[in-house]
Design a protein around this ligand. Structure first.
Ligand code: FE2
Length: 202
């Protein structure tokens, strides 16, 4: 069964957060609940989901703001890559590492370290369902900024070439802002991705 994806676009920065699950009454993970916990609370109750935990692609507030409220409510852990967890001021219950595999019932969700936007930025890759949650590493038509604390354009270039560009055309990315896109569309329309991949400046 393919992953079901419920998106919540919240706050003035229009951050995308997601609930991923297979079926009502089953397990779910929450990804990047930036603002407004109510939408998540209502959806989880309505679908009778069991929340395994809260996955954070990176430490910025527009992706993490509602995490503690929700974790307390559902008594579940908050997970973040160790490189961001070391500088994050909020609560982290479990540190993530590159290539670590999380499970959602029979589906594997692989943690891919993609530094650049922040040191501990990660993508959550679900190969069976052909989707990847990319946070602020890559959006549909551009890439995340690298001029904030912990950001590095050199690391972004390496992440694009060594990680993102390995994803096949039928992978759909679900970013932390803007809308989803297939990697086929990214390779055609995402000019920043194309520039860095090909050794140019964006
Ligand atoms: Fe961010």
């Amino acid at each position: 069964m393919d992953l079901k994806i419920k998106r919540f676009m919240c706050g003035s920065l229009l951050a995308d957060g997601y609930v991923i699950y297979h079926k009502p009454g089953g397990d779910c993970w929450i990804i990047d609940p930036g603002y407004e916990p109510k939408g998540y609370i209502d959806f989880v109750a309505e679908q009778e989901l069991h929340v395994l935990g809260i996955l954070l692609t990176h430490l910025h507030y527009d992706h993490t703001g509602a995490a503690e409220n929700l974790a307390d409510r559902w008594d579940c852990p908050i997970l973040m890559h160790e490189a961001d967890a070391f500088v994050y001021r909020g609560r982290v219950d479990r540190m993530l590492h590159d290539q670590e595999v999380l499970l959602l019932e029979d589906e594997e969700i692989r943690v891919l370290s993609t530094p650049g936007h922040t040191k501990g930025s990660v993508c959550f890759y679900a190969g069976k369902s052909r989707v990847c949650f990319t946070g602020d590493t890559i959006f549909d038509t551009d890439l995340g900024r690298t001029d904030l604390p912990g950001g590095s354009e050199e690391e972004m270039i390496a992440s694009i070439r060594n990680v993102v560009d390995l994803w096949e055309n039928d992978i759909t990315i679900y970013p932390g802002h803007e809308g989803q896109a297939t990697m086929k569309q990214v390779r055609k329309y995402n000019t920043e991705f194309i520039a860095l991949r090909d050794g140019h400046e964006r």
